[in-house]
Design a binder for this molecule. Structure first.
Ligand code: HEC
Ligand code: HEC
Length: 214
């Protein structure tokens, strides 16, 4: 993996000299500061901005695209959507997919991000087919893995900063878990997700993505 460079280089205009610059994940206190700055969010404005900025082109007009390359946003937790857009904008995710989102999110300000987050969050979440529950769903005391429901909710509906998993494309869920496991994705506050993903086997990841996803 590429060595991380502090992103203060970017603000000094040295990014070109140093090549890629990957921003560090937000710490808990950074995130608290971001929360304090977060505008309320207006669903009507959000809908307009979502359409004007071409988000629908990939994520769908109802924010529940059938294309498994693009994540479902309908019914996603607004705080999580808000954080993800800030993370893409700041270059805290490294994949090629994230680079696409990074450039799209570049020109949005906090107000617009909060509006979009509020709007997509208000839309109905698509359902997932009922799949067999994998054993790991309940966690594993030996490996110190808590049940997924402890953070993502009994129905996988998410809460606060913990994203909704139910109704998401299984390909996207699997990809996200594999990236947390390999360390390619490390934008989570205090490694609150990746520390568990690192302990999951590939088989368990597949079963979890099948269970929650569609
Ligand atoms: C060219 C296609 C494309 C367009 C246009 C696009 N996105 Fe995305 N979006 C993606 C892809 C691909 C990902 C997955 C990135 C990754 O794997 O990290 C993504 C991820 C996201 C996520 C994270 C979802 C999650 O569950 O983690 C959010 C939020 C998001 N996009 C919002 C938007 C908004 C708002 C717009 C309009 C400003 C937009 N996107 C425009 C392709 C697109
Ligand atoms: C201690 C709380 C916690 C536990 C337990 C936990 N997660 Fe997470 N999970 C999170 C947080 C917080 C995020 C958001 C990370 C970020 O900011 O990018 C997340 C993100 C995810 C994502 C990325 C979703 C997206 O849209 O990109 C997936 C997939 C996921 N978790 C699956 C699971 C599964 C499956 C389990 C059970 C093995 C689990 N999580 C257990 C807190 C948790």
């Amino acid at each position: 993996m590429q060595k991380k460079l502090p992103c203060t280089f970017l603000s000094l205009g040295l990014a070109l000299t140093f090549g890629t610059c990957q921003a560090e994940a937000l710490t808990a206190s950074d995130w608290q500061r971001e929360l304090n700055l977060k505008p309320g969010g207006d669903t009507g404005q959000g809908r307009m901005i979502y359409e004007q900025r071409g988000c629908a082109g990939c994520h769908g007009t109802d924010a529940q695209t059938d294309n498994p390359q693009w994540p479902v946003l309908a019914g996603q937790r607004p705080l999580y959507v808000y954080k993800m857009l800030l993370d893409y904008q700041a270059g805290r995710l490294q994949s090629a997919d994230a680079a696409i989102m990074g450039s799209l999110a570049q020109s949005l300000n906090r107000e617009e991000i909060a509006d979009i987050a509020e709007w997509v969050g208000s839309l109905p979440r698509p359902a997932s087919p009922q799949a067999a529950e994998p054993v790991i769903l309940g966690g594993d005391r030996q490996r110190l893995i808590p049940p997924c429901s402890a953070c993502h909710g009994a129905q996988g509906q998410g809460w606060d900063l913990q994203p909704a998993l139910l109704g998401q494309h299984r390909d996207y869920l699997g990809k996200a878990l594999r990236r947390f496991k390999s360390g390619e994705r490390d934008n989570d506050v205090n490694a609150g997700m990746s520390q568990f993903a690192k302990k999951l086997s590939d088989e368990e990841i597949r079963a979890l993505a099948d269970y929650y996803g569609r």
